[in-house]
Design a protein around this ligand. Structure first.
Ligand code: SAM
Length: 538
């Protein structure tokens, strides 16, 4: 099979060495360094180490580089487990073997950014106002480790954390005390937008602006400590806003949460200062994200993934984008593949506004039926599958819901019976976001455990969990494109749970749900904060 690179990047060894010191300064977004050379291995590797140069394309280096993390927090912080060979984590070899067994022997491997790739971070705030700790939990505990020099964070996240730390101390903001349930500031979410059309493309990433969401331990803005929250927001804006030498802060939001459980966000949000609208550019479209909606942490790798994914969708297809969030995948396909229709299904109603705003910025030439449905993809899944040529699934780490798995199998067997002479099976395109790192799991348990278990979610009455199909958005094509009752031909599976994905794939193959020989599979390697985000092309 053809060997190709997605967004191959590499620097000369001279330029790598010149970036050997990595500092946490808003303007210093150079990657930390490298690196020793390693013996060539069986996979063509192409580590991308230049944060300002992601979209460039170069030839395959003859001798691959082996990258070290060099993070001072590595021993104590639970976010990373791989310290060396970031460009070639061991799961790549496992994936090579795995896909070879299923008829896809040739691999190429692309890595995206190895450092400074995380554009979205949720961090706990603990300690005291004189000595605030802003970071992740130590493995297996609820002790927060300060990570001011985190190598995975976009450097401007680290800079915004430093500013926040100063504000907490100056204004005597009390960090949250988990045991007592006291204190003011519980968590902070930092999200970077790199979408600034006033800058040349090559400068956009490192000049990303940070949307700061402060999770405040009060019921609402009417409580007495709201004044301090406002002062903190103003401090961030005065010292990091557009009038400063370094414009770092995009906006500040408040979220109000008093619950004693592990859920980070409550359901009340308030915009405090800065720009309200947060845009990013991925997959050829401008996407709108609110702080409460799902956003991909590795924006640039997601962008690469989308361009790769577009190729597998025939022009004029009808597409169902399940677990669709703001509909980013579906809407980018509507533009790039001139889809007849795009139907996005998402359980978080906070994403509805994002879909509407994103759709409002699509080029006028887009003429698809586009809809977003606030619904549980696991309920009556056949109703989402029928009528679409291509199904895209991008579920949370636990994988596809059983009812959806059975519906995919049912479709396959119905079609086989209807067309007895033809051999029908869905062709499967795989994008895997691999989370095989045990420490990464610890990290997520600390912060998002309750997001991933449906039973927990119901018990804890998450505000955005759907009880019924309540609202949807419909944008009609002007040329009245008719809906059809086609059966899906292609399943594009974006998986962020490697173990679960392997099980599903074996099951699909045993039940003849998909073609036995994979035409293509693409793996997006994203393990912990430290390990590279890579794309493997089978
Ligand atoms: C990994 S995210 C992908 C989002 C989107 N595809 C994107 O790239 O921005 C998974 C999404 O699935 C949603 N989700 C979780 N369970 C769901 C369900 N049963 N039905 C529909 N959506 C669900 C989550 O709220 C989340 O937005």
């Amino acid at each position: 099979m053809a060997v190709s690179f997605l967004s191959p990047l590499h620097l000369s060894s001279t330029s790598l060495i010149s970036h050997r010191r990595f500092t946490c300064n808003a303007l210093s977004s150079q990657p930390p360094p490298p690196l020793t050379t390693s013996a060539p291995n069986s996979i063509s590797l192409n580590p991308s180490l230049n944060p300002n140069n992601l979209e460039s394309s170069t030839s395959i280096p003859s001798t691959p580089l082996s990258c070290a993390l060099q993070c001072p927090h590595f021993q104590s912080c639970s976010g990373c487990t791989h310290e060396y060979d970031l460009h070639h984590p061991s799961v790549v070899d496992e994936a090579v073997e795995f896909f070879k067994r299923y008829g896809a022997p040739d691999f190429t491997f692309d890595s995206c950014r190895l450092y400074g790739w995380r554009c979205r971070a949720k961090l706990a705030v603990r300690g005291s106002s004189e000595n605030p700790l802003i970071g992740l939990y130590e493995e297996g505990t609820h002790n927060v480790v300060d990570i001011p020099e985190c190598k995975a964070h976009h450097p401007n996240i680290n800079a915004a954390i430093e500013l926040l730390r100063k504000g907490i101390t100056k204004l005597e903001v009390e960090p949250y005390d988990e045991d007592m349930g006291t204190g003011e500031l519980r968590y902070v979410q930092m999200a970077v937008t790199t979408h600034s059309t006033s800058l040349p493309f090559s400068e956009r990433y490192r000049n990303g602006k940070v949307q700061v969401s402060l999770v405040w331990n009060s019921r609402s803005e009417t409580s007495s400590i709201f004044e301090k929250l406002n002062s903190l927001a103003n401090f961030l804006w005065t010292n990091g806003g557009p009038r400063c030498n370094i414009h770092l802060i995009h906006s500040v939001w408040a979220n109000f949460q008093t619950s004693k459980n592990n859920i980070i966000f409550g359901n009340r949000w308030r915009h405090l200062v800065g720009e309200r609208d947060f845009w990013e550019r991925v997959g050829g479209i401008d996407i709108y994200l609110t702080p409460s909606s799902f956003g991909q942490a590795n924006t640039r790798a997601f962008d690469s993934l989308l361009y790769k994914l577009h190729k597998y969708v025939p022009y004029g297809s009808s597409v169902a984008d399940l677990y669709g969030g703001a509909g980013t995948i579906g809407l980018s396909l509507a533009v790039s593949r001139k889809c007849r229709s795009v139907k996005c299904v998402e359980i978080n109603k906070e994403s509805k506004l994002c879909f509407e705003m994103t759709a409002s910025r699509l080029p006028n030439s887009v003429d698809s039926n586009m809809s977003w449905h606030h619904a549980d993809a696991a309920q009556e899944p056949l109703s989402w599958l029928l009528g679409s040529d291509v199904i895209v699934v991008d579920p949370p780490r636990k994988g596809l819901d059983d009812s959806l798995l059975s519906a995919l199998q049912t479709i396959s067997s119905v079609k086989r019976k209807a067309v007895a002479s033809a051999r029908y099976s869905l062709s499967l395109i795989v994008f895997c976001i691999l989370l095989m790192n045990p420490m990464h799991n610890t990290y997520s348990k600390g912060f998002s455990q309750t997001f991933s278990s449906p039973s927990n979610m119901k018990d804890e009455k998450r505000p955005w969990i759907l009880r019924e199909k309540e609202s949807s958005v419909n944008i009609q094509s002007t040329t009245n494109k008719s809906e059809s009752d086609v059966l899906p031909q292609t399943l594009i599976y974006i998986s962020c749970g490697w173990d679960n994905f392997k099980k599903v794939l074996k099951m699909f193959i045993l039940s003849n749900t998909i073609a036995l020989a994979l035409d293509y599979a693409v793996i997006w390697k994203k393990t912990s904060k430290s390990v590279s985000n890579a794309i493997v092309n089978v």
